[in-house]
Design a protein around this ligand. Structure first.
Ligand code: ADP
Ligand code: MG
Length: 260
């Protein structure tokens, strides 16, 4: 069971879009997938077709240990119909309180790791959608995972933010989770007509080499429209070029896993 965090402390960089579309893409190529939403905004939950207001229980209860992870798993009906079925542990605003409520608790950064141990072997991939910060929620994701996938836009300041994230990953690796590594940087919302984006993309490859995924996700409005229908883009419009890119990315992830 591969556990990957989708993380970047910046908001609006494509974490949730990456998580839901990779989950659906992996499901489409025959993988058993669990998506865990760790963002109180609950966008990955809604974007998978699960009503965040109706969660009973949610990931909040799992972290606070008032429910088991198996009780929190939901499998959205519409994803089943589309043959892109994956399981979801959803989040909503309750989760915002967890960051504070967990402060005084023991093993506070290991709650998700321990919960996922209970479903060990039930899935091929677990994908964790992180909030836009490096707080206790993201820390739970990083402690639970073997790898981090970092979606990023090829803009000038993207490289600066990346250094902080890479540092955090190193610290978690050194102090809390020996298994953790940076799997790769995913270039998203890419527009090849913009010279700066091409330049930053080249810089990324120069600095991070093989850590940059081959697949590039283009800017594509269909990916942005899909969440309002409660579906990942790859299910909502499989023919769109953004959706095709995510299917390609799912294949790249599976291949990388096999090579290891
Ligand atoms: P994050 O989870 O990092 O905050 P999101 O995945 O929610 O970021 O993406 C931020 C916004 O950009 C959303 O409105 C989303 O629909 C849009 N978006 C993400 N990826 C793409 C893309 N490849 N093309 C066009 N719009 C995108
Ligand atoms: Mg998000």
């Amino acid at each position: 069971m591969k556990i990957f965090c989708v993380a970047n402390q910046k908001g609006g960089v494509g974490k949730t879009t990456t998580t839901v579309n990779l989950a659906a893409g992996l499901a489409k190529v025959g993988q058993r997938v669990l998506l865990v939403d760790l963002d109180p905004q609950g966008n990955a939950t809604m974007g998978s077709g699960v009503d965040k207001r109706a969660l009973q229980p949610s990931v909040y209860d799992v972290l606070l240990e008032s429910a088991s992870i198996t009780d929190a798993v939901v499998v959205p009906e519409r994803l089943k119909e589309a043959h892109a079925s994956y399981a979801v542990v959803g989040a909503n605003r309750d989760l915002a309180g967890a960051e504070i409520e967990l402060v005084g608790e023991e093993r506070r950064e290991r709650r998700l790791r321990e919960a996922l141990a209970q479903v060990q072997g039930d899935y091929d991939f677990v994908l964790i959608d992180c909030p836009p910060s490096l707080g206790l929620l993201t820390l739970n994701g990083l402690c639970a995972a073997q790898g981090v996938i970092v979606p990023m836009q090829c803009e000038y300041f993207a490289l600066e933010g990346l250094a902080d994230l890479v540092n955090t990953i190193k610290q978690v690796h050194a102090n809390l989770n020996r298994d953790l590594q940076l799997i790769g940087l995913l270039r998203v919302m890419f527009d090849p007509r913009i010279t700066l984006q091409q330049q930053v993309s080249e810089q990324l490859k120069a600095h991070y080499g093989a850590k940059v995924f081959d697949t590039i996700i283009p800017r594509n409005v269909r990916l942005a429209e899909a969440p309002s229908f409660g579906l990942p883009g790859v299910v909502f419009d499989p023919a769109a070029k953004g959706s095709k890119a995510f299917i390609e990315f799912a294949r790249e992830i599976v291949e990388r896993g096999l090579r290891r």
